[in-house]
Design a protein around this ligand. Structure first.
Ligand code: BES
Ligand code: MN
Ligand code: ZN
Length: 502
């Protein structure tokens, strides 16, 4: 979909669908008011009757029948001005685009009216909302009938219409940023939605290498031999049951001269069966999403390169399947990790923390200014927070605050849980330095406690996305399936990054 900016009046633009956006409880903006006038007051009348609504996320469609140049008119609600935000605009753009596509439009124009974001943010939100709202995963659908083919049709061109020529440049800049970020989030969704047989550690390594060639990224992939030399007993241990060789993927972006690195670590379990502590079969198919953290850090570092952020970043993806077999890791085993610390295995389904232990230790080699890890780590995170926020635990108040701000801005919100000593007592082992599962109590936190033992003194933020990486129902500009969570959050965190006062 090509997104462009034009100046002009919406009522005279020839397009398959024109979109006007309206704020709840206010009179129509100037573009919407002119459209309404051309339609003989129809918009106002339908709003009053309740057939149209200005509530955030609502859309309605009218057929102007020649009274304006557009074939269709989409009326999208933005909600109340006091609650207006970039996220509301993403929501409205996503809903409007999907409605237009559903009606068969190939060419869509969105008219900007008097809402209050700055122009760059407006452009970014429109591009993100429309692109992510329109996202579909069709790779495995063969379309044979005419109907099926029609359903696959996409919007080719989106025009953002402004009445002020002075805003064009800034809007365009925002749109380019939004397009970059939405493309990476869509790639992350594609990776997570893909069947696990087609998204193995080797395939992910290949994707990373492809991104490396396209952007200014250095990519290295460590094989089992190199992992053995480094003593990565956690990653090697989890991979024991799988016929897919594990990969340790290292992606570096250098845009920050002599600045210290920011380390991003993403859990990349390409399928989590639970291993010998096997999961129930119900919903086990969803465990293809257990590489969402890896997809998120790959998307974020790609964005950093594409946006030329003045930072040095390393993304680390410990990648393996977690499978049961005659050679698999067993409850009772003890693993020696790269840091030298040992972990007693009580449950082979608590595998994420084992591979992250090695990746976090590897991150420390960079002496990073901050380590952020992102992982589909615990089912308990869904019990705690539902799907409205990802769990956050960490050691740096400043970076947790930055992450919170990035969450509010992107709508990928985070909520902090405490990392108190009492929780860490729950993973004490009788025979090793720690055990990998601490029982049901506070298990989002006990998992984080284990991770905290591998970050040394580096400021650290942990994000648990177990509940937010996947959605079973359509959410705002997020159709059901993989959400691509973390790509926009981490990208915003990086864009807002500033080292002073850590
Ligand atoms: N990948 C799962 C966590 C998960 C659960 C992600 C549901 C998405 C949806 C993780 O590896 C896991 O199995 N965690 C266990 C830990 C337990 C055995 C201590 C859990 O949460 O049940
Ligand atoms: Mn597991
Ligand atoms: Zn897992």
């Amino acid at each position: 979909m090509k997104i462009t900016v034009k100046t002009g009046n919406v009522e005279t633009l020839k397009t398959d669908a024109a979109v006007i956006m309206i704020i709840e409880g206010e009179k129509l903006g100037s573009a919407a008011a002119r459209v309404d006038k051309a339609l003989g007051g129809m918009v106002q009348k339908l709003l009053k009757r309740g057939d149209l609504s200005a509530k955030a996320g609502s859309v309605g469609m009218l057929y102007p029948d020649g009274r304006i140049a557009a074939e269709r008119l989409v009326v999208a609600g933005l909600g109340k001005r006091s609650e207006f935000s970039a996220d509301k605009l993403r929501l409205a753009a996503g809903k409007a685009a999907v409605a237009a596509r559903g009606a068969g439009a190939k060419d869509v124009a969105i008219a900007l009216d008097g809402f209050t974001l700055d122009q760059e943010e407006t452009g970014q939100a429109l591009a993100e909302g429309a692109t992510l709202g329109l996202y579909r995963f069709l790779k495995y659908k063969t379309a044979k009938t005419k109907e099926e083919n029609k359903e696959k049709k996409d919007i080719d061109a989106l025009t953002v219409l402004t009445e002020k020529a002075s805003t064009v440049k800034t809007l365009e800049k925002g749109i380019r940023i939004g397009e970059i970020i939405a493309a990476s989030a869509s790639l992350a969704r594609d990776m997570v939605n893909a069947p696990p047989a087609d998204m193995t550690p080797a395939v992910i390594a290949g994707i990373a290498q492809g991104l490396g060639r396209k952007h200014r990224l250095k990519v290295r992939v460590l094989e089992r031999d190199a992992m053995r030399k480094l003593g990565m007993g956690g990653l090697l241990g989890v991979s024991l049951g799988s016929v897919q060789p594990p990969k340790f993927i290292i992606v570096e972006y250098r845009g920050g001269g002599k600045k210290p690195f920011i380390a991003l670590v993403g859990k990349t379990i390409t399928f989590d069966s639970g291993g010998i502590s096997i999961k129930p079969s119900e919903n086990m198919d969803k465990m293809k999403d257990d590489m969402s953290g890896g997809a998120a850090v790959l998307g974020a570092i790609t964005n950093a390169a594409a946006l030329r952020l003045p930072l040095n970043i390393v993304a680390l993806l410990p990648a393996t399947e977690n499978m049961p077999s005659g050679s698999a890791l067993k409850p009772g085993d003890v693993l020696r990790t790269m840091s030298g610390q040992t972990i007693e295995i009580l449950n082979t389904d608590a595998e994420g923390r084992l591979i992250l232990a090695d990746a976090l230790a590897y991150a420390c080699k960079y002496r990073p200014a901050v380590i952020v890890d992102i992982a589909t780590l615990t089912g308990a995170c869904r019990i705690a927070l539902g799907q409205e926020a990802s769990g956050m635990v960490g050691t740096s108040d400043r970076f947790k605050q930055k992450m919170r701000e990035a969450g509010e801005k992107t709508g990928e919100r985070v909520w902090e849980l405490p990392l108190w000593d009492g929780y860490c007592d729950l993973i004490k082992s009788d025979i090793a330095d720690m055990k990998n599962a601490g029982g049901r109590d506070g298990s989002v936190i006990t998992a984080a406690c284990l991770l905290s033992k591998f970050v040394q003194k580096h400021p650290w933020v942990h994000l648990d996305i177990a509940a937010t990486a996947w959605t079973d129902k359509d959410r705002p500009y997020t159709p059901k399936g993989a959400t691509g969570i973390g790509v926009r959050l981490l990208t915003q965190f990086l864009r807002g990054y500033d080292r002073q006062g850590t």
